[in-house]
Design a binder for this molecule. Structure first.
Ligand code: GLN
Length: 496
């Protein structure tokens, strides 16, 4: 098997055992990037010399007799919303073009400490606002299953790079679904950890009470290994949870659902859902039952209000967070010719530097927070948020995990929803409740829709700090499906 087709776990083992070198593994992935990147456009930055230098350092550590960790020397694609001191960081926005951060995000630092080789920075919707990467200021990313379709978003470069075998692993961030939705529509695994389980320090903020870094991989165990590598308490993030990382790797290895109680969320399904998505979802539910789980239907009535509540809370926080892009401190500065006031330069810079969706969110959020409207909009949305968390609490009294389709449809064509924000927002209908409540949720592949032959994701939601349950159930589903499919769903990137 060629190096690019290996799992991350196997690559780590081969490198630690000296059966291959980190440099060879890095070169194989750089070659793959050179080959398919013109079709996929997953990356915003790749510096082959810097990649090989990182790999050489790992090989030298091994040669010096150091015992390497499970992911040392394994390549990873890093979402361009985490700061990297040695690479540009744009968040997909013109306003940060050319900006070099002065420090590494905690997630970046932990990748380096684990010996992961950072291949480059991946494309995303501007400031992680979107579900398709079409909002990137640097061009759209293409889905490796069908190049005319979106790879999901906002972490679309991250999902596409893994689905295109450019990298075995990638990082993402999930504020409303930006890991799980891209994973679902590219046929890979994507996990949103419990909020506060992974550090936001050095993550360019969109909506701080929701933003959560998490892993992408082509299989559940690899995702768990990466999750473990960069998660855990960080004193630099005031909302970081000071508790041990849930035993995610052990759970991924356990891969069993025997005796578990699984709740099917009644509110997710029916109208607006693609029939092929619902068919694959039902098969996954039947499969879980056949594996020994007890499946019941569970009602979470407040989930119906999650989307509108999110589109008040997320833009409100965004309008506050993006105020820092004031033309003085970072990146772009427009019209500063000595004749204009600071305010005029700020206005010109923001007009030129922010794209239409970011402007829409800033205006929505500013409106929702404005005096006289605050209680009606932001205040009501926060109440809905509490009701959603209570629905989860009540559900988890009855069941160990909840399941739903990850997305209502498979990957849609590029351009189809670009001018229809509401249609775009609906892509996250099923993922948003877990962001509002802060609990853990994963998407794992559950087959291809009959209508279009495109991947469908199964979402598994677990309580706060129950991340290990997502991996345990996800791995069981993966194992059972692989027996049926004769291997992973994604054996080759079909369009490449
Ligand atoms: N698609 C959602 C939005 O546009 C979620 C984005 C995200 O999770 N970063 O806000």
């Amino acid at each position: 098997m060629s190096l690019i087709h290996q799992t991350a776990a196997e690559l780590g083992r081969l490198i630690a055992a000296g059966e291959t070198s980190a440099v060879e593994v890095a070169q194989a992935h750089l070659d793959r990037i050179a080959e398919v990147e013109p079709k996929v456009h997953a990356f915003l930055h790749v510096d082959p010399d810097a990649v090989l230098a990182q790999a050489r350092a790992v090989d030298e550590r091994r040669a010096a007799g150091e015992r390497l960790g499970p992911l040392a020397g394994v390549p990873i694609a890093h979402k361009d919303v985490f700061t990297t001191a040695d690479m540009p960081t744009t968040a997909g926005s013109k306003i940060l073009e050319g900006w070099r951060p002065p420090y590494d995000a905690t997630v970046t630092r932990r990748l380096r400490e684990a010996g992961l080789v950072i291949l480059g920075k991946t494309n995303l919707d501007e400031f992680a606002m979107g579900s398709s990467t079409e909002n990137s200021a640097y061009g759209v990313t293409h889905n490796p299953w069908d190049l005319s379709r979106i790879p999901g978003g906002s972490s679309g470069g991250a999902s596409a790079s893994v689905a295109a075998y450019q990298a075995p692993l990638s990082t993402g961030t999930d504020t409303g679904g930006s890991i799980r939705q891209p994973a679902a529509v590219t046929g890979i695994v994507g996990m949103k950890p419990t909020y506060g389980g992974s550090s936001r320090y050095g993550l360019i903020a969109f909506a701080s009470s929701l933003d959560t870094p998490g892993p992408f991989a082509r299989n559940v165990l690899d995702a768990a290994l990466l999750h473990e590598a960069f998660s855990g308490h960080d004193p630099m993030d005031s909302t970081s949870i000071d508790a041990p990382v849930p035993p995610v790797v052990e759970a991924a290895r356990q891969a069993s659902v025997d005796g578990l109680r699984i709740g099917v969320v009644k509110e997710f399904g029916g109208n607006g859902y693609q029939p092929g998505v619902l068919a694959r979802f039902q098969e996954a539910v039947d499969l879980l039952e056949s594996l020994g789980a007890k499946v019941v239907e569970v009602s979470c009535p407040s989930f119906t209000y999650a989307l509108p509540a999110y589109y008040l809370i997320a833009p409100s926080e965004c309008s506050s967070n993006l105020a820092r892009f004031d033309a003085m401190r970072y990146g772009l500065r427009v019209g500063d010719d000595g004749t204009r006031s600071a305010e005029e330069v700020m206005a010109l810079t923001r007009a030129a530097g922010f794209g239409p969706e970011v402007k829409r969110r800033i205006m929505l959020g500013t409106y929702a927070l404005s005096s006289g409207y605050y209680d009606a909009y932001y205040g009501s949305a926060q109440k809905v948020r509490t009701l959603i968390a209570r629905d989860f609490d009540a559900a988890f009294q009855q069941v160990d995990v909840l399941v739903s389709p990850t997305t209502p449809t498979t990957a849609f064509p590029i351009g189809e929803r670009a001018d229809d924000p509401m249609a775009m927002y609906l892509a996250d209908l099923c993922t948003i409740p877990s962001n509002l409540a802060g609990n853990a949720a994963i998407s794992v592949p559950c087959g291809l829709a009959d209508e279009d032959g495109l991947p469908v994701g199964l979402q598994i939601m677990a309580p706060v700090l129950g991340d290990d349950r997502c991996y345990r159930v996800g791995a069981a589903v993966e194992k059972a499906f692989e027996d049926r499919w004769g291997g992973p769903l994604l054996k080759e990137a079909p369009a490449l």
